[in-house]
Design a protein around this ligand. Structure first.
Ligand code: MSP
Length: 719
């Protein structure tokens, strides 16, 4: 009996309706859940909504309704969408569920009783949008793009600092697995701290240095608002103020409360023992730290088992930037369900939705390399649909089945054993299943597409339409059509987790009955066995994937009405900060683009700058060095900022640069740049910028990175 498999999506905030970014994670998790069920795992798939915290409280106030009612309404939009899309979750948890609240209080109390939580007071800059204290002077622009507020709070603190080495050891040894590798390294480098010259270091179990004390204790309660779960006794009895539990401690705990943590009934205890720890948490890359640092630390502190694996995917970008309401580049799944559903005018509404959902599922998993950012566009969606589904898989099914109908009276022909396509089939099964087990969705779906292409090529090479004209070739015709039908059966079973609705339609046309039933009976577990029973009669044939015309693109574009600027600003879920505001620039860095919309001045000889004179001693203080870019990537919620890792030869640095609008991150990798190497580090977006990239400012402020004609070795100093 295969093991149990418990997998989760993040629980989504209820301050905005779902868009295809949320659908992306949910579809990936749903596909994996279906795959695991097919293989016979005792699978449990959890999703839900995150409903507490100041952000939600304020959204509700802005909407003029009570937070609970607000949460009810938005949470329902997520649930309704998942229903339309046929998402096969086993539980939809809400952080306002009573059983969840009980579980969170139980965890808080357990941590308090174990001495892992203590009361202290703190004054600092608080970002409302991100629900966190951040470093910086009053009015610092927080990660949500809004000025922080100075808050003095008596808070409960969690002893996160005590878990620096245990976490490093668990992650380095893969006992807590994090993929992809880049995200694991990001977490490790955060945990290890900034190793500068002369800093005191210790070694992890695998012998890698870290800076002790780099991980600070974490505030896990709030008194400035009350939309949250109250801190329970006995902790609550030690303070006058009413504290609510930090929203991330509340939210992360959903993964346990969903499976019985906090439910002391026999049923609750059994469920917890059966499913905890989680086998896999899917997350977007911007919430890796919460899942890979805070969450395991809470569990270690409470003496509970850790999740086995955290898989982070990249972002869906639309028109090259992360979807966000203020940019007006949100794409809703509903638009796609409606548009593709319209290709099936005779189907019931729920079937139209499931068909549209399958198209979206296929596209997201096939087109976007899991783990990396990927662009979404309606053009690409329609192009991929036509090439892979209408012309590829759909056409293969319809031409094969039509020939069986015409030549064998709709009965799948018997034929002697042929080994044709057997090797290709075995490879497709192997590749697809291994890739799904590794959450390499693109590879998995590509394997099914490859089998479609091979089978298509097989038909073209054997030209059954010619064989059909020659009565002496009847056996050969039977063998060719049987072989093609066999391959179609396998492709369909393989695609079932990816496109459950269309796979079930094809399965019926193949005369195999209900694929759901076959799956339940375990008939799809080992695909190398079984097949067509003698005299299998095809079902009713009908086109599966009608061709999509160009107009569908226009229909979808028109459906995504761009919100007017003011409405967008109000409705913004996670507004993009303007990295040009001084607090978002590395020290000394100048804004890269004008802050006003005033037109750029006409070209004329530049005016002599009015800069104060300095001596050579002043200049020599600036340590300018050549460095090579190793990593370049966009930063969550900052459309102008790139995160770079650069190699100076003698050490590596992380630098945040406001050049995202001018340089494609991929194109910077490997490039040599000039950096100010002795600039005091500062934090931007919670990330440390250890230096600054030097660039000329041309025209209206467009940056041009300093570079050399000669091949300069890295680490070389400019003086
Ligand atoms: N409530 C927290 C998560 C708590 S989990 C204990 C949260 N919610 S969220 O509504 O902001 O959802 C974030 C998640 O939605 C991302 O981690 C990702 O899974 C998904 N996505 C939202 N926008 C996305 C894209 N544009 N692209 C890809 N995934 C995106 O964070």
């Amino acid at each position: 009996m295969p093991d149990k498999f418990y997998l989760t999506t993040p629980i989504y905030y209820v301050n905005a309706r779902p868009h295809i970014g949320h659908a992306y994670t949910t579809v990936a998790a749903d596909t994996l859940a279906r795959h695991k069920r097919l293989l016979g795992h005792d699978t449990y798939f959890l999703t839900g909504t995150d409903e507490h915290g100041q952000k939600i409280g304020r959204s509700a106030a802005a909407a003029g309704i009570a937070p609970q009612q607000f949460a009810d309404e938005v949470s329902a939009t997520f649930r309704d969408l998942w229903k339309r899309m046929g998402i096969s979750y086993d539980q939809y948890i809400r952080t306002t569920d009573a059983k969840h609240q009980r579980g969170v209080q139980k965890l808080f109390a357990a941590l308090y009783e174990r001495g892992q939580i203590y009361l202290d007071s703190y004054t600092g800059q608080y970002s409302i949008g991100e629900e966190m204290f951040i470093e910086g002077p009053p009015g610092t622009i927080g990660p949500d793009g809004k000025p922080t507020e100075t808050i003095t709070e008596e808070n409960f603190y969690f002893r996160l600092s005590a878990f620096q080495k245990p976490l490093i050891d668990l992650i380095e040894s893969n006992q807590l697995e994090i993929t992809p590798e880049a995200r694991k390294n990001e977490v490790l480098s955060f945990l290890r701290g900034n190793i500068a010259e002369g800093s005191e270091t210790l070694l992890s179990d695998t012998g890698i240095a870290y800076v002790p004390g780099a991980l600070k204790d974490l505030s896990v309660s709030r008194t400035s608002f009350d939309w949250g779960i109250p801190v329970p006794s006995p902790a609550a009895d030690t303070t006058e103020q009413k504290h609510v539990i930090y929203v991330w401690l509340d939210a992360l705990t959903n993964y346990m409360t969903a499976v019985g943590y906090g439910d002391d009934s026999e049923e609750g205890r059994e469920m917890f023992a059966r499913f905890w720890p989680a086998d896999l948490h899917f997350v977007g890359k911007e919430i890796v730290r919460f899942h890979c640092v805070y969450w395991p630390a809470f569990l270690l502190a409470a003496g509970l088992p850790l999740p086995k694996k955290i898989v982070a995917h990249g972002w869906l970008l639309f028109e090259e930037s992360k979807m966000s309401k203020s940019r007006g580049n949100i794409v809703r799944s509903e638009t796609i369900l409606d548009a593709f559903g319209s290709l099936k005018p005779d189907a019931e509404k729920y079937e139209q939705d499931l068909f549209g959902a399958d198209v979206l599922r296929y596209f997201l998993l096939r087109e976007i390399s899991f783990g990396q950012d990927g662009s979404f566009s309606f053009d690409a969606l329609v192009a991929r649909y036509n090439s892979d589904l209408a012309n590829g898989y759909g056409n293969l099914v319809s031409r094969t089945l039509k020939m069986i109908e015409q030549n064998f009276d709709s009965v799948v022909p018997e034929s002697g054993l042929t080994t044709e396509l057997t090797a290709d089939i075995t490879i497709a099964i192997e590749t697809m299943r291994t890739a799904l087990d590794r959450q390499e969705f693109t590879v998995a779906v590509a394997a099914s597409a490859a089998l479609v292409a091979t089978t298509d090529g097989y038909l073209t090479a054997n030209a059954p339409w010619k064989l059909a004209k020659d009565p002496t070739q009847r056996d050969r015709l039977a063998a060719v059509l049987r072989t093609a039908a066999k391959a179609i059966r396998i492709v369909t079973a393989l695609l079932y987790p990816v496109m459950p609705y269309t796979a079930s339609r094809v399965w019926t046309q193949l005369g195999l009955g209900s694929i759901e039933r076959a799956a339940e009976l375990g008939e799809l577990t080992d695909l190398t066995h079984g097949g067509f029973a003698p005299n299998t009669r095809l079902g009713l044939l009908a086109p599966i994937f009608p061709r999509a015309e160009k107009e569908l693109i226009t229909t979808m574009n028109d459906a995504e009405v761009k919100p007017p600027a003011t409405e967008a600003a109000e409705a913004e879920q996670q507004p993009a900060a303007d990295p040009n505001t001084p607090a978002n620039l590395a020290e000394g860095e100048q804004p890269l683009t004008p802050l006003s919309d005033a037109p750029a001045p006409a070209a004329e000889a530049p005016a002599k700058p009015d800069t104060p004179e300095i001596t050579i001693d002043d200049f020599i203080k600036v340590d300018l060095r050549v460095a090579r870019v190793l990593v370049a990537e966009r930063i969550p919620k900052a459309d102008k900022l790139l995160r770079l890792e650069v190699d100076l030869g003698y050490e590596k640095r992380q630098i945040l640069a406001g050049i995202a609008q001018f340089y494609e991150p991929e194109k910077l990798i490997g490039r040599k740049v000039v950096i100010v190497a002795n600039l005091a580090p500062r934090k931007l977006r919670g990330l440390e910028s250890q230096g600054m990239i030097v660039a000329a400012s041309i025209g209206d402020g467009t940056p041009a990175l300093a570079s050399f004609i000669e091949d300069i070795e890295i680490g070389a100093r400019l003086k």
